[in-house]
Design a protein around this ligand. Sequence first.
Ligand SMILES: *[C@@H]1O[C@H](CO)[C@@H](O)[C@H](O)[C@H]1NC(C)=O
Ligand SMILES: *[C@@H]1O[C@H](CO)[C@@H](O)[C@H](O)[C@H]1NC(C)=O
Ligand SMILES: *[C@@H]1O[C@H](CO)[C@@H](O)[C@H](O)[C@H]1NC(C)=O
Length: 385
Amino acid sequence: MAIAFRVLLLLLTISGSVVSTLGHGIGINYGQIANNLPSPSHVVYLLKSLNMSRVKLYDADPNVLSAFANSNVEFIIGLGNEYLEKMTDPVQAQTWIQQHVQPYISQTKITCITVGNEILTGNDTQLMSYLVPAMQGVYASLVNLGLSKEVYVTTAHSIGILGNSFPPSAGAFRQDLAVYIQRILAFHSQTGSPFLINAYPFFAYKDNPGQVPLEYVLFQPNPGMKDPATNLNYDNMLYAQIDAVYTAIKAMGHTDIQVKVSETGWPSKGDSNEVGASADNARLYNTNLLNLIQKNQGTPAKPSVPVDIYVFALFNENLKPGPSSERNYGLYYPNGTLVYDIGSVSLSSQSYLPLPHMEYSASKKNVISFFNILLLPILEGVVKR
Ligand SMILES: *[C@@H]1O[C@H](CO)[C@@H](O)[C@H](O)[C@H]1NC(C)=O
Ligand SMILES: *[C@@H]1O[C@H](CO)[C@@H](O)[C@H](O)[C@H]1NC(C)=O
Ligand SMILES: *[C@@H]1O[C@H](CO)[C@@H](O)[C@H](O)[C@H]1NC(C)=O
């Protein structure tokens, strides 16, 4: 698969046309908290060149959805946290779908709507109480409009919703969130939608580089860690986290809900205290991950369920607040140059995709917070082999 990926990039640079696929289990987050990104029509070109066919947005940007008309790219769109209260009102939910989904869906494939991002690990209990009613409001509107079979409704969680994450067979949600999670799981079970998690092994490493093996978080060869209850061996943290979520869901009585990774990635740059943030590590994380996902296998506990992920992110986003790492998760600079070589082919010159007549899109105010991730359980887990 590593070879396939290299061939893709090689052919891409030779022919400039779409030549291969990044597979069905791989998508990319197209965040737009920046004032220097190319216009959506240029992004269409960029993704087509990569044959990247699954994109996740944090909003329902009409410019993006129209630019991708008839493109074969499928979208997860998002309702920001600020919409939650409104969406609990079925009339307003229906109006939103009629304005933001219906006009585009015949030409742009929209397969999923995330209602809110990382609500349960924030500290706004009012928002938490709106979450399930908002998901229900959006779902009911889709049913009314005959779209509920093609568009799933879900929400994305930080991995910090776990109170225990290792060993994976002991995965459990935080006790204080159980009341919300129980209702969310019932919703997924009833509507057949997936459970989404945003998972960043980078945070576990950064906060405890002395104890978290770098190879284990970067999908590099390493002996792994054995789950004593199942005897399953885990050689990467991301898969251990996914299985911990499956265990936590099962402990709440559900075995019919699929877990997907709505965000994962590694920053190519960080502040001096952000240990591990480097182009080399970001390249290893993303290339190893993509190669692994393309094998179409599952996790140790769910070998027959292929892992499904959305890489964070397409571009570096210069207006994101927080430490430097936050602005350096992109695979691409805004000018269309790869931040680091994906695959071990040297792409330094070839990777530049000319983006003539750059138009700059307006900055966006999406709220994505990586900081409410609770690292303790993850660290505990890794140390406690
Ligand atoms: C692009 O990817 C799709 C699947 O996403 C695949 O069916 C198609 O064959 C790929 N195109 C080329 C030219 O490889
Ligand atoms: C929690 O609440 C305080 C005060 O309202 C706010 O400043 C802070 O940003 C909040 N934290 C999160 C993670 O939402
Ligand atoms: C694109 O932007 C990056 C980062 O600013 C810069 O290092 C690189 O030289 C630029 N590439 C081109 C072709 O302009």
